[in-house]
Design a binder for this molecule. Structure first.
Ligand SMILES: CC(C)(COP(=O)(O)OP(=O)(O)OC[C@H]1O[C@@H](n2cnc3c(N)ncnc32)[C@H](O)[C@@H]1OP(=O)(O)O)[C@@H](O)C(=O)NCCC(=O)NCCS
Length: 198
């Protein structure tokens, strides 16, 4: 058996990665509160779950929620969010291009709003599994891309996203309440290889 298969078996036995249910929300909120300064109210989680139940994943360990990834579908005319234009490489879009895109373009994207794994359970591949499932679900939606915002200092998260092919394409100055900047990271999808893995 390969090392990867052993790890996968371990994950399957100890951890259950599945779609979220309404009763998971308090557990998700606890993971969020313990892991991130960006917190949301109960109604926000339940609205996302109600509208996009196939884009909300949890990790369960001995009956406890220890991780989650929550996303929603968004429509945009912004080519940066669709993975069609890299602002960090090519500079900001011109006002004329913005106007043209606004009139003629509509991209379907999946916005990864929040992902977290409780500290003692990190480094076991759970974040990767959550992200992998999110990407596959986005492909099943025929989305053009998956995008997210991440603190510029959040190396573990940035590495995780880069491992799956996400690229930093924009910087948003003072995006967070404490003044830290955010990278926008995008994964452009081809929507062809949409296997179901959960
Ligand atoms: C980001 C997070 C979800 C990763 O979860 P995880 O279960 O530890 O992730 P994995 O074990 O699947 O690791 C995936 C990759 O992330 C990177 N990574 C994970 N921990 C890391 C660390 N401490 N330092 C650097 N890179 C790290 C590695 O590239 C790793 O891949 P590898 O094991 O093949 O090297 C987790 O660290 C977390 O919950 N952080 C707090 C919440 C947060 O910052 N969320 C993101 C907001 S944008």
């Amino acid at each position: 058996m390969t090392e990867l298969a052993v790890q996968d078996n371990m994950l399957k036995n100890e951890y259950n990665i599945r779609l979220a249910r309404p009763e998971d929300i308090p557990g998700v909120m606890l993971v969020n509160l313990k892991s991130l300064p960006e917190n949301y109210w109960y109604g926000f989680y339940s609205a996302i779950l109600r509208e996009w139940p196939d884009l909300f994943f949890v990790v369960e360990h001995r009956g406890e929620i220890v991780g989650y990834a929550m996303s929603r579908v968004e429509y945009t005319s912004d080519p940066v969010l669709a993975g069609e234009y890299d602002e960090l490489e090519n500079g900001p879009l011109s006002p004329l291009r913005k106007l043209k895109d606004y009139v003629v373009r509509s991209y379907k994207t999946v916005h990864l709003i929040s992902i977290a794994v409780l500290e003692p359970h990190r480094g076991k591949g759970l974040g990767s599994k959550l992200l992998e499932n999110t990407i596959l679900a986005a492909k099943r939606h025929n989305a053009d891309s998956v995008f997210l915002e991440v603190r510029v200092s959040n190396t573990p998260a940035i590495r995780l996203y880069e491992k799956f092919g996400f690229k930093k394409v924009r910087i948003i100055r003072e995006y967070y309440r404490d003044g830290e900047d955010a990278y926008v990271m995008v994964l452009k999808l081809d929507s062809k290889n949409n296997n179901i893995i959960i």
